[in-house]
Design a binder for this molecule. Structure first.
Ligand code: PXP
Length: 248
């Protein structure tokens, strides 16, 4: 079954709204694991708007499942990855004014920088992933740079679902889903592990989870949103059921 990695940044977003000590993302991670999370994902942004460096090191101490660290390709973030040694380092583009990650990395354009950073991460035995749009050229570029994994950006699919009154059958939704499908197949064909994420919800996840060969789904906002009503453990459990049902 495709694994579920739970992104807990959104818990830290609530904490940082008050600059206080609760809710604690480390407790959220523990609850997510009790609900069946196969991995925990966090993004340390350059502006530290949600997760803080101390959160990363506390998670490193406490979380028993693989820890996935999202970051921008900068020397500061590379140093943080090398010192915290997460199970996977996931490169994402970062824009100062964006509300959330808006698009995939331009691996082709950034290949020189990324290739040199990947060399350092490989020497430290760290697995690496590139967050990219559903675009075959970017997948090829990720392979050439030396990434182990690519994560296909499912945001355009998720936005199409919202635009079309939550229909999973609308032709535009199907078209976006087909782009993800073609990307997953291409990535697997050229020997990359393929993950997917962004904008996935309890409602729309079935359309993506039914694509064969996706290693991990990285999901945050919808799980944290639903946890307000049913608790983190139940929210993760429901998402796992939805993934399982889609693959039955
Ligand atoms: N994957 C990546 C690379 C992301 O940046 C994010 C958002 O932090 C996610 C997955 C999870 O997206 P969402 O919070 O919309 O589920």
């Amino acid at each position: 079954m495709t694994k579920l990695c739970v992104n807990i940044d959104h818990v830290a977003t609530i904490r940082e709204a008050r600059k206080t000590i609760e809710p604690d993302p480390i407790l959220a991670a523990a609850e997510a694991c009790l609900g069946g999370a196969d991995g925990i994902t966090l993004h340390i942004r350059e502006d530290r708007r949600h997760m803080q460096d101390a959160d990363l090191f506390r998670l490193r101490e406490s979380v028993q499942v693989p820890l996935n660290l999202e970051l921008a390709a900068t020397p500061e973030m590379l140093a943080l990855a090398l010192s915290s040694k997460p199970e996977m380092v996931m490169f994402v583009p970062e824009g100062r004014n964006e509300v959330t990650t808006e698009g995939g990395l331009d691996v082709q354009k950034e290949s020189a920088l990324l290739t040199s950073m990947l060399q350092e991460l490989r020497q430290a035995n760290l697995k690496t992933s590139a967050f990219i749009d559903a675009c075959l050229k970017q997948i090829d570029a990720a392979k050439s740079c030396g990434f182990d994994v690519c994560e296909i950006h499912t945001g355009p699919f998720a936005e199409a679902v919202i635009r079309h009154d939550l229909s999973l059958e609308h032709p535009e939704v199907q078209m976006e889903r087909d782009k993800v499908l073609a990307s997953v197949q291409h990535a697997l064909h050229i020997g990359l592990q393929c993950n997917a994420g962004h904008g996935l919800t309890h409602h729309n996840v079935s359309a993506i989870a039914s694509i064969q060969g996706i290693g991990e789904l990285h999901i945050g906002h919808s799980i944290v949103s639903r946890s307000v009503f049913v608790g983190m453990q139940n929210s993760v459990r429901e998402m796992k059921h939805n993934i399982k049902d889609a693959q039955a």
